[in-house]
Design a protein around this ligand. Structure first.
Ligand SMILES: N[C@@H](CCC(=O)N[C@@H](CS)C(=O)NCC(=O)O)C(=O)O
Length: 186
């Protein structure tokens, strides 16, 4: 086993975990006890000096990585057999950055949610009206990143009524019912 993913509790390890489950990529999961501050111990700080999860080590290339988006992109590029087209790869990277930098605060942070949530849902709903996929004709790391956050809406944005955005609602429900997603969330 060459890939070692450090996660813990409900950390943002969800995205790489779901991606690897979906693509049947073998890896070793190391769950750190955040309450016991294992993610602040010297051994883990060598992987992420900021002491945050997730982190990744790939023995086959010798890289250590932090930031869930960078980890997801790395796994997709090296193990996911996604598109080789530079434009598709740029688009996948765009959606992962959008998920972490724009969508995530619009779900988790109340002040941002009040300002941005509806506008973001309007755009996503329109995109999902014509396709289930954000890049090309198949599920990619872009869909993993965006849908992993959409699945948090029922928990963190309880007041949002997804009936206003039926195509976003469909994606959210499909994620919550996805066998691999459910398996990594248990
Ligand atoms: N932008 C980072 C966020 C990392 C992050 O804040 N992780 C949280 C768990 S979701 C964490 O490690 N919190 C513990 C701490 O900050 O001490 C990413 O996407 O990886």
């Amino acid at each position: 086993m060459t890939l070692h993913l450090y996660g813990g509790g409900r950390s943002r390890a969800v995205m790489p975990k779901w991606y690897m489950a979906e693509k049947q990529i073998d890896y070793n999961l190391i769950n750190l006890d955040m309450r016991g501050r294992q993610h602040k111990q010297p051994d883990y700080l060598k992987i992420n000096p900021f002491g945050k999860l997730p982190g990744l080590v790939d023995d086959s290339t010798g890289i250590t990585l932090f930031e869930s988006g960078a980890i997801l992109l790395y796994i997709a590029e090296h193990y996911g057999q996604e598109s080789k087209s530079p434009n598709d790869r740029a688009l996948i990277s765009q959606w992962i950055a959008f998920a972490n930098a724009t969508l995530s605060p619009a779900i988790f942070v109340q002040t941002v949610r009040e300002r941005d949530f509806e506008g973001i849902m309007d755009v996503l709903n329109k995109l999902y009206e014509t396709s289930n996929y954000l890049v090309g004709e198949r599920w990619t790391a872009a869909d993993c990143a965006v849908c992993a956050y959409l699945a948090y809406i029922p928990i963190f944005a309880k007041d949002a009524n997804l009936n206003h955005w039926p195509h976003v609602k469909r994606q959210t429900e499909e994620t919550l019912n996805n066998t691999h997603y459910k398996a990594i969330m248990t």
